[in-house]
Design a protein around this ligand. Sequence first.
Ligand code: TYM
Length: 331
Amino acid sequence: MSKEVVVSGIRSTGYLHLGNYFGAIQNYVKMQDDYNCYFFVADYHALTTLPDPKELKPNVYRVIAENIASGLNPEKVALYVQSDVPEIPELYLMLNMLAYKGELEKTASFKEKARSQPDNINAGLLTYPSLMAADIIIHRAHKVPVGKDQEQHLEMTRNFAGRFNHRYGELFPEPTAFNFGEQLIKIPSLDGKGKMSKSENENATIYLADEDDKIRKKIMKAKTDGGPTEQNSEMPDYIENIFMLMKLVSSEENYDKFLADFNKCEIRYGDMKKQLAEDMIAFVSPIREKAANLQNDIPMLQKIMQAGKEKARASASETLANARKLIGINY
Ligand code: TYM
């Protein structure tokens, strides 16, 4: 039986962080043996926020290196850059004819960006969901490992794929967002406000490239309070966030000990954060070191990107030829 197809991408807009790791990359690594996987750096998507041209290239190399350092094996998956696959923008153009202004304007990510960059509400931002749909359905994907923030984009992808099938004939499966833990996750920021992010709350976001001391400082500054006053009381969300991070990187014993302390009103958040910081360092530092080494070998990264591009284009050109035929572009 042929393997199910998996597609996912990461924008090349900054340093990767724990949200990218636990929301996306960890799932990529777990899926690479059992699925036919396509993972890419979304450099066209990055253009919606006008990155400095000088930064784009190192950002793309870094995302590739950080994916490999996190355990992705480029021999098992297609690891490529979005702009290396011209079939994607061609399918994007086709999907834009099926995407309505009203639904694009209602997208949460568009509304958020329109608020945060009012001087640059460009058409690329508006049509972000149709480009993302093209990224996914160009390989006729079934599963898309992403964090919770991408749920709405996946719903729109299914709508566009379904609309294409309905109008022109069956071509695309309807892909679903995926996480091994069943539910999509959101890694919260350390200040208790919102999620970890590439561009916002830098001091409350832990990056895979952070040095040990920086990790320590960020965690020690995480928001806490005087501790619970009643046994087994409910946790405020900023405390729950710290426990969530501990669950991800610490041993079960450490987690259980602090949870028991919390429930007995004996918790010392200073000690908990110290423990979390050391466990976090043990988790992040090998990825950081490996990614740094990989970034010193640009020819090797270029070779990986070239091989990824070839695998991705082989699959994409087949889909696009079928899409053109169904639309009637075969003169
Ligand atoms: P991006 O680049 O913002 O993030 C990459 C991946 O990391 C996940 N993520 C998080 N997960 C949990 N908690 C967080 N705090 C957190 N922050 C980020 C994201 O959900 C994502 O899985 N539009 C996408 C990129 C994209 C894409 C695609 C993804 C373009 N085309 C096709 C999948 C398929 C984005 O901006 O992700």
